[in-house]
Design a protein around this ligand. Structure first.
Ligand code: NAD
Length: 465
């Protein structure tokens, strides 16, 4: 296939497929990039003025390339047939049940995509794992393809390291692009072919080539390490609260050690998002299946610590409000799992909200980007209640001011920049007194809030007396 024109198809038009392919289309104007998805609604949104995902900078790139060399279509089979390189960026959620603590990745969507490729591809293809998958998935995919007689197809691993909210920047300046492939001549050729695509804008020294297992494992390990740092600093935040130390001061002092560094040392209510927990539980499962139960336990603590942190935060709210939130209005500021995204998957806000509902609080939610239907959907999923039942406890408001009206407490669950510039003096005036503020992201100026009259709680800081 070397020297042939490259045509790309990406199966899966989600948070990964959409931005990564838009970036390739932008950087490689001579390559036709087609993104296919089984969800007609999603494809329709990608072809409309309102894209299905919010990601800073994405709109401009899609508008520039769409119809030129970037196409969104439901025609999965046609997309597969016409491509030379097929990325698979379908969802790989966590299985709901597992043995012990680990949870395997559910590869149903991946297998369906692989079987589709096996059924309709009539010329040799390079199949690229873009989704996060367990080690040995490439082998499983190869066996599906080989069973259908597609023996000259190559399967590569090319995990995605973008972070939602900064995806376009991450794709423009990746720390590294990782490509893993089989240790054969055909494998080396396929790796070279894929690296030609990235070489349009990524410096050669940042394109790392490894064996396929190292590549598959590296993605799980990278997410586990990132989450581990969050859990470590959150564990430290509990020590700070018990001892009078200040977690931001400790993080600053510790992070100045160049071996440690400052990034990902921000204490918070806990990590969320579709990846960290899923990938760690997957790693735990893999360790268990390889008989490495102590190693599994080690990684599992990262998730357990995260759960503990969310529970600690909720306990602080209840304790602060004189040990009962029943009938008290609480303004929840932020529902997305982090700022600059409308994504709520595994958001800490969902769990905080659920726990406060269990305590019969009245909750007023405000998030600048999350769709209201998404909030109702998430709360139904987690509580098992109908929207009409949830509406007895929960309201969705259109601003911080509206959410705060008559509230006993403000609870910051997402670090949206707009929360930093709110006029908290005005907010305070319309709240029930004493007015509490629980900052689950440590983004607000505590001294200023004190001067206004708020009783505050920040993660890992000395408690208000
Ligand atoms: P997503 O749910 O947003 O998108 C997946 C898309 O695949 C959906 O639109 C779905 O309809 C489509 N799909 C599923 N099966 C299909 C099939 N057989 N044929 C065609 N389309 C199909 O998921 P996402 O967040 O983009 O994540 C995709 C993968 O990338 C996951 O493995 C995830 O772990 C990984 N990842 C995600 C991120 C992130 O920040 N979201 C970052 C790095 C890696």
């Amino acid at each position: 296939m070397n020297g042939e024109e490259i045509k790309i198809c990406c199966i899966g038009a989600g948070y990964v497929g959409g931005p990564t392919m838009a970036k390739i289309a932008e950087k490689c104007p001579e390559i036709v990039v087609t993104i296919v998805d089984i969800s007609a609604a999603r494809i329709e949104q990608w072809n409309s003025d309102v894209l299905p995902i919010y990601e800073p900078g994405l709109d401009d790139v899609v508008k520039k390339c769409r119809g030129r060399n970037l196409f969104f279509t439901e025609e999965v089979d046609k997309g597969i047939r016409e491509a030379t390189i097929i990325f698979v960026a379908v969802n790989t959620p966590t299985k709901k049940i597992g043995i012990g603590a680990g949870r395997a990745a559910d590869l149903t969507y991946w297998e369906l995509a692989a079987r589709r490729i096996a059924a309709v591809a009539d010329t040799p293809k390079i199949v690229v794992e873009k989704s996060t998958v367990p080690i040995k998935t490439a082998e499983a995919i190869s066996s599906v393809l080989h069973a259908a007689g597609r023996t000259s197809f190559s399967v590569l691993s090319n995990p995605e390291f973008l972070a939602e909210g900064t995806a376009m920047d991450d794709l423009e300046h990746p720390d590294r692009v990782l490509i893993g492939g089989p240790l054969t001549e055909a494998g080396a050729t396929a790796i070279e072919r894929l690296s030609q695509v990235y070489a349009h804008w990524v410096p050669q020294e940042r394109i790392i080539k490894t064996n396929v297992w190292s590549s598959e494992l590296s993605k799980l390990v990278a997410n586990s390490f990132l989450a581990q740092r969050v859990s470590s600093i959150n564990a430290v935040s509990a020590i700070c609260e018990a001892s009078g130390a200040d977690v931001d001061e400790v993080a600053r002092a510790v992070g100045m050690d160049t071996r440690i560094g400052h990034k990902f040392l921000k204490a918070s209510v806990g990590f969320g998002g579709s990846c960290f927990q899923k990938d760690i539980l997957n790693l735990v499962y893999l360790c268990q299946s390889m008989g490495l139960s102590e190693v599994a336990e080690y990684f599992h603590w990262v998730v357990k610590m995260n759960d503990l942190q969310k529970e600690r935060f909720v306990s602080r709210i209840i304790h602060g409000l004189f040990n009962t939130v029943t009938g008290k209005r609480i303004a929840l500021l932020g529902f997305a799992f982090k700022k600059d995204t409308g994504d709520t998957r595994e958001s800490a806000a969902i769990e905080v909200c659920q726990r406060l509902m269990q305590e019969r609080a009245e909750i007023a939610i405000y998030d600048p980007k999350v769709e209201h239907e998404q909030i109702w959907y998430d709360l139904s999923e987690v509580t098992g209640l109908e929207q009409s039942q949830i509406e007895k406890y929960v309201k969705i408001e259109g601003s911080v001011q509206a959410a705060a009206k008559d509230a006993h407490a403000l609870v910051v669950t997402t670090e949206w920049d707009e929360f930093k510039t709110v006029d908290y003096r005005k907010v305070y005036q319309q709240m029930s007194k004493p007015a509490f503020l629980f900052d689950g992201r440590n983004i607000l100026d505590r001294e200023e809030l004190h001067s206004i009259g708020f009783v505050t709680y920040s993660i890992g800081k000395p408690l208000d007396t």
